[in-house]
Design a binder for this molecule. Structure first.
Ligand SMILES: Nc1ncnc2c1ncn2[C@@H]1O[C@H](COP(=O)(O)OP(=O)(O)O)[C@@H](O)[C@H]1O
Ligand SMILES: [Mg+2]
Length: 323
């Protein structure tokens, strides 16, 4: 009797365990199904989000390329406008040696007729010198007018400053402004030489305009300082003008902001210059000097200078005046 009761109890127990196992298997299956459904929903959501993101990314890329091409167009347009402004000065600069060449050639003919060969030779040398000078100016202009894309190369900063000053020589002379280039350390940057030159021409032109109102000719000064500072090429363009008025300072780099009479200023110079400098991962800033006048600073990333070129840590002073 007792044995029968025990075996019945055991059967009951086994059934219960079986029942429990079946129930937990069902629960597990349901949980797995729910999980699958949740995963499917989430995957779908993720897919939709991903597609939206891809769409946004494509739009972003399109906007960015539009921005870049607009910026390039703006730089090119500004350059052409500047070329137009420079045309008068450059024509004058070319006319002088041209007139000299004609005079030397005419005289050489006379000397030749008289059999004075040493004078002929001397005149021919003058002609050669004057035409070389013209060639230099033309080469600068050709380089400048070229539509430069992203022609990245090693740019020697001092050479670029000199090239920019050479192109503006006539303006400096006409306005009786002295220009001093002070290369404190040789420095090279990676960038587009033509665009770097364009920035310098803009800043130098502004400096010439700024000193226009200075009363004494001896006080009309523009100084360019080139130095290497903490991994950066630093170009400072200082002038002895009245400085930047407080109400002008916040608008300096805005396109089409100008305080100059129409025909003289387009108000594009600083806007374009700062976009060029930014494209070269640099910065363009401006402030007034304590002694009066403004200082515009171009900072461009530059690796450490070649140790061979600064063996004695010497300061290379190439201070010079064009006249
Ligand atoms: N060296 C400077 N000294 C004082 N003001 C300056 C100087 N450079 C620029 N500015 C001011 O910034 C303005 C904008 O300059 P810019 O963008 O080159 O245009 P623009 O020369 O055609 O006027 C100038 O009109 C002038 O008021
Ligand atoms: Mg300007």
């Amino acid at each position: 009797m007792a044995i029968a009761a025990i075996s019945l109890w055991a059967i009951y127990q086994r059934r219960r365990r079986l029942q429990e196992r079946l129930e937990s298997r069902d629960a597990l299956r349901r949980a797995a199904q729910e999980l699958d459904a949740t995963i499917a929903v989430r995957t779908q959501e993720l897919r939709v989000a991903n597609q939206a993101l891809e769409g946004k990314y494509v739009t972003l890329q399109q906007t960015e390329s539009l921005l870049r091409s607009t910026q390039n167009e703006l730089v090119q347009a500004g350059k052409l406008a500047m070329l137009g402004q420079m045309a008068a000065g450059v024509t004058h600069e070319l006319n002088q040696p041209l007139a000299a060449i004609r005079a030397f050639a005419d005289n050489a003919v006379q000397f030749m007729r008289r059999g004075q060969l040493p004078q002929v030779e001397e005149n021919l040398e003058h002609i050669s010198g004057a035409s070389a000078h013209m060639g230099k100016i033309i080469a600068q202009l050709k380089g400048f007018a070229r539509k430069s894309g992203d022609a990245i190369a090693v740019v020697d900063v001092a050479q670029t400053v000199e090239a920019a000053v050479l192109l503006l020589r006539n303006e400096f002379r006409q306005q009786a402004v002295s220009i001093e280039i002070d290369v404190r350390s040789p420095v090279q940057v990676m960038g587009d030489v033509v665009r770097t030159e364009q920035v310098l021409i803009n800043l130098l032109r502004n400096a010439i305009d700024a000193v226009e109102t200075v009363e004494y000719v001896a006080d009309k000064r523009v100084t360019v300082i080139v130095e290497h500072e903490a991994g950066e090429a630093v170009i400072r363009i200082r002038d002895s003008g009245p400085g930047i008025p407080d109400e002008v300072a916040p608008h300096l780099f805005e396109p089409f902001f100008t305080t100059k009479p129409s025909g003289k200023g387009l108000g594009l110079g600083l806007a374009i210059s700062s976009s060029i400098v930014q494209a070269m991962n640099g910065r363009l800033s401006a402030h007034n000097l304590p002694e009066g006048g403004a200082e515009f600073i171009v900072r461009l990333p530059a690796p450490a200078p070649d140790p061979a070129s600064a063996i004695h840590g010497d300061i290379i002073d190439r201070t010079r005046h064009p006249d």
